[in-house]
Design a binder for this molecule. Structure first.
Ligand code: UT7
Length: 334
């Protein structure tokens, strides 16, 4: 029997603490208007002191398993995408593994930044289609806030990021049955790695962190925002169309477009370029900011709970991020 992977459960978890644009004006030279006009963001969620990535990931996974009416013991493997690991090593997936008491199943961390969820989805789908595993947890999880520079110097990056986690359960089904993941395409361009990155602490530095590195602010993310923006609005339409074409589908066939939530302006630009009607695009960046690898699974979880994802609907997911990385997936819900 030919196999396909199908999403049987989605879940999400974000911290309770709401950080508004007005809060940002207390810490740095910015205005509520600047942030909302340039990014679309009104507020984001940031962790409380002591709240860890694996706490958020656990919440998302418990919700996804509950929607799927499955238990942890039904899962064969965990793939977790993040750019904000809980510790240097081992990966965040191991702390999630501990938190959900996952026995001895394998777990893997994936480092592909804002496209990490789509990279994880492609690998999980391949593992299922190859018959290696029957059920895989795919998780996106970020705690950005503990690593951001809330002074004026970091304002371009800091205002856009939020914390959160989204998860889904992928299950092997008969490929002839209809619904499931139809195609996932991902790309990378390492030559732009330093256009959006955090240099340290890292093993290229000796020692990995010291006072001089801290004073040089190497532990804070830096971004060439305009350069990233320009590439995002080029690569996202490109890979979206490539993925649809690979699945022998047309743009008009798609019922719902979910884009990475980095900047509302990027998504409006992409939708305009492809002439996608507004009603077919779902955004939550206004409330949650940019949750990097967690953005798409959180959107999926919200869409499924809001009843937007009826069986048979075609859903397109597209992302762009640091690396550079970009990718797109097309799936039939059900
Ligand atoms: O998720 C991963 C991928 N990331 C992205 O896709 C992000 C892509 N880039 C962006 O979203 C936008 O470039 C930003 C929202 C980050 C910045 O918006 P922008 O319109 O590109 O602004 P800019 O960086 O060109 O800066 C314009 C001005 C500068 O001032 P001067 O030099 O014109 O005096 C900045 O210093 O805005 C200033 N600025 C701010 N002002 C108030 C930058 N950040 C802020 C701020 N508040 N938070």
């Amino acid at each position: 029997m030919a196999l396909r992977s199908r999403i049987v459960g989605t879940g999400m978890s974000v911290p309770d603490r709401v950080v508004t644009n007005a809060d940002m004006t207390q810490w740095m030279d910015t205005t509520e208007e600047w942030i909302e006009q340039r990014t679309g963001i009104r507020e984001r969620r940031w962790v409380e002191d002591g709240q860890k990535p694996s706490d958020l990931a656990r919440g998302a996974v418990v919700a996804a398993l509950s929607q799927a009416e499955l238990d942890v013991s039904d899962i064969d493997c965990i793939l977790l995408a993040t750019l904000s690991p809980e510790h240097d090593f081992p990966g965040t997936s191991f702390f999630l593994h501990e938190a959900i008491d996952a026995g001895d199943i394998p777990c893997i961390d994936l480092r592909a930044q804002c496209s990490g969820f789509l990279y994880a989805l492609q690998i999980a789908d391949s593992l299922i289609v190859a018959g290696r595993y029957e059920r895989v947890l795919v998780v996106g999880c970020e705690v950005h806030s503990t690593g951001l520079d809330v002074s004026t110097e970091g304002r371009d990056v800091t205002v856009i990021f939020g914390d959160g986690s989204g998860a889904l359960v992928l299950e092997a089904v008969d490929a002839d049955a209809g619904p499931g993941v139809l195609e996932v395409r991902v790309h990378a361009q390492g030559k732009h790695a330093r256009k959006l990155w955090t240099e340290g602490p890292g093993s290229a530095m000796y020692p990995r962190i010291d006072h001089a590195a801290l004073e040089a602010r190497k532990h804070y993310p830096i971004m060439d925002g305009r350069f990233v923006f320009k590439h995002a609005v080029t690569r996202m339409p490109e890979v979206l169309l490539e993925t649809l074409s690979a699945a022998s589908l047309k743009l008009e066939d798609v019922d719902l477009f979910l884009f990475h939530q980095a900047n509302l302006r990027i998504n409006e630009f992409v939708a305009h370029k492809l002439e996608i009607p507004k009603e077919k695009v779902l955004n939550n960046i206004q409330r949650l900011g940019n949750c990097s690898a967690a953005a798409l699974p959180i959107l999926l979880a919200e869409a499924s709970r809001e009843g937007i994802l009826e069986p048979g609907k075609l859903v397109s997911l597209t992302a762009f991020g640091s690396g550079f990385t970009w990718g797109s997936a097309i799936l039939r819900w059900g």
